[in-house]
Design a protein. Structure first.
Length: 97
């Protein structure tokens, strides 16, 4: 009986510790603030479209899938290695002929 009680207490302590650890692990940024439920006002301006590409660390032509994508990366992302002759046209042998 004594062993069963000790095992129960150890299990209870582990469960409590896990609960505290699990709650601590949630970043505050994932909690969304409560917003006003009223609909947004209609504006005559159109919102800017979402960019089709994002700077995600790709720097070489072999990592691109089109001339448009390579050109966007060359103009918007630092450290690209796609314009060997510095003429502003990336991936001339592969995508932008």
């Amino acid at each position: 009986m004594k062993r069963l009680l000790i095992l129960f207490l150890v299990g209870l302590a582990a469960w409590q510790a896990y609960g505290k650890y699990n709650r601590r692990d949630v970043p505050a940024a994932t909690i969304e603030p409560i917003t006003d439920a009223r609909p947004a006002r209609q504006s005559s301006e159109r919102p800017a479209p979402e960019p089709r590409f994002t700077c995600d660390g790709r720097t070489h032509c072999s990592q691109m899938t089109s001339c448009e994508e390579a050109t966007w990366f060359l103009r918007n992302c630092p450290g690209t290695k796609m314009d060997g002759n510095n003429d502003g046209v990336p991936c001339e042998k592969q995508w932008c002929r």
